[in-house]
Write a protein that binds this ligand. Structure first.
Ligand code: ZN
Length: 441
């Protein structure tokens, strides 16, 4: 589907170092080997509620990675999905009495507008589940044929809900038993999350899994295909019968479909570590006999008033609402980047106030930094590049630019009093903020 418009990205003098990033699977900050071309997949939204600060901070974080690669001369293939059919979307449509397709398109469009306002570089491939079903279902047919997936019988659960025949699950035990590939890689659950089975079982149920489903071979086996239910949308899918795909298979296969070989970085919020990315890597292994990604990167959770921001709690700070209230999107983005992407943090009014003040400092500073000596600006560029290359340390990099801005303002004041020269490099720092941080002054 359509993504959003590409913001202007100025070219900076020199070249940035290759970024290093914290890899959840490795448990440490690692170098990323690709120096020519890299691929990035950030799990997309389920479009049933507008972009909240948790979403925004994730897409801004990996936008920093995308921009770091580009500044280092690396070509980036960026892919993102839209889970435009899924249980929570259908539930919301029913609860609010609107058509689910209308809701999905309406909220996807709002997301595009928010991303555009935040100057997030768009993915080259922005892909919906609905538009992928026709090439996706044969992959599930193949897993069934190879004995890596199985159908369960229908039953009526304790709440009286009828589950029809034909739901299909990935057989994790069979996937684990596949022999290692020629590179010596074989797959195990827990490679990404490092969770124990007990922890997995607990979190699986909290995050959309169905460990209690009758007929499953292992409580953790993930749903590949949901057979058609009364009142739910479904698609004809060859020997699978009518239905729709499960979340992990659609997301991992959209990544596979648009990127040749393992992803350089599979990214998302830390709540996607398990089961989504952990078991998702098993889906790719079962299908393609290779690792899903070389690295897994995760953002911390954003909270409000002492609690994690969540739809169920109703404590969402929406980008669109702030924009409607007249907040400059550049200030929203600066507030997000004042926190390290891996930390859990709370959105506060003070954070936004500080970002608005900082934006003002930057704007005033670049306007008066028109002297002939731009050496301080060039040094600030070098330090910014080094800090961002070290696990995207935007808070420290922005502090560097703030120091430069304060110096520029002081020099301008002195020059006004006839006590020296203005410093130069205002145009360069404007470009640095735009190219590396997505901030337009
Ligand atoms: Zn995903």
């Amino acid at each position: 589907m359509r993504a959003w418009e590409v913001p202007a990205v100025p070219t900076l003098p020199g070249k940035a170092p290759l970024p290093r990033i914290h890899d959840t699977a490795a448990g440490t900050i690692v170098p990323i080997e690709e120096s020519q071309a890299a691929s990035l997949y950030v799990c997309g939204i389920t479009p049933y509620d507008a972009t909240h600060m948790g979403h925004a901070s994730t897409y801004v974080a990996f936008d920093l990675l995308n921009r770091a690669w580009r500044d280092a001369g690396v070509t980036v293939t960026y892919v993102q999905n839209v889970t435009d059919v899924d249980d929570p979307l259908l539930e919301r449509a029913t609860a609010t009495n609107v058509d689910w397709q209308w809701l999905a398109e309406d909220q996807t469009e709002l997301f595009r507008t928010d991303m555009s306002a935040l100057q997030v570089l768009p993915p080259a491939h922005y892909v919906g589940v609905v538009e992928s079903i026709q090439w996706l279902f044969p992959i599930v047919e193949d897993l069934l044929a190879r004995g890596l997936a199985y159908r369960v019988h229908g039953y009526t659960d304790e709440q009286g809900v009828v589950h029809p025949d034909g739901d299909i699950y990935l057989d994790l035990a069979a996937v684990r038993a596949l022999p290692a590939n020629e590179a010596g890689y074989s797959w195990e659950p827990g490679q990404v999350s490092h969770m124990s089975r007990e922890e997995m079982l607990e979190i699986f149920a909290e995050r959309g899994g169905d460990p209690e489903r009758a007929g499953k071979r292992d409580a953790l086996d993930p749903l590949l295909w949901r057979a058609a239910r009364e009142g739910e949308p479904s698609w004809q899918a060859g020997s699978l019968g009518p239905g729709r795909p499960g979340w992990h298979i659609e997301c991992t296969m959209i990544a596979r479909h648009f990127v040749d070989g393992a992803l350089t970085v599979q990214a998302g919020g830390s709540d996607l570590t398990f089961p989504h990315h952990d078991l998702g890597s098993g889906h790719s292994w079962a299908v393609a006999n290779r690792p899903h990604a070389r690295h897994y990167a995760h953002t911390g959770m954003v909270g409000l008033d002492g609690h994690k921001m969540s739809k169920s709690r109703g404590n969402l700070v929406l980008v669109s609402k702030l924009r409607a209230a007249g907040v400059d999107p550049a200030a929203i983005r600066l507030a997000i980047m004042s926190q390290h992407y891996r930390s859990d943090w709370f959105w506060t009014d003070e954070l936004l106030e500080r970002a608005i003040e900082r934006l003002d400092v930057f704007r005033r500073a670049v306007a008066v930094a028109d002297g002939s000596d731009d050496s301080a600006a060039l040094q600030a560029l070098d330090r910014t590049r080094a800090l961002l290359a070290h696990d995207l340390d935007a808070p420290a990099a922005l502090d560097e630019l703030q120091l430069w801005a304060e110096d520029a303002l002081t020099a301008a004041e002195r020059a006004e009093a006839g006590e020296g020269e203005r410093i130069g490099g205002g145009a360069l720092i404007t470009d640095v903020l735009s190219a590396r941080f997505g901030i337009s002054l």
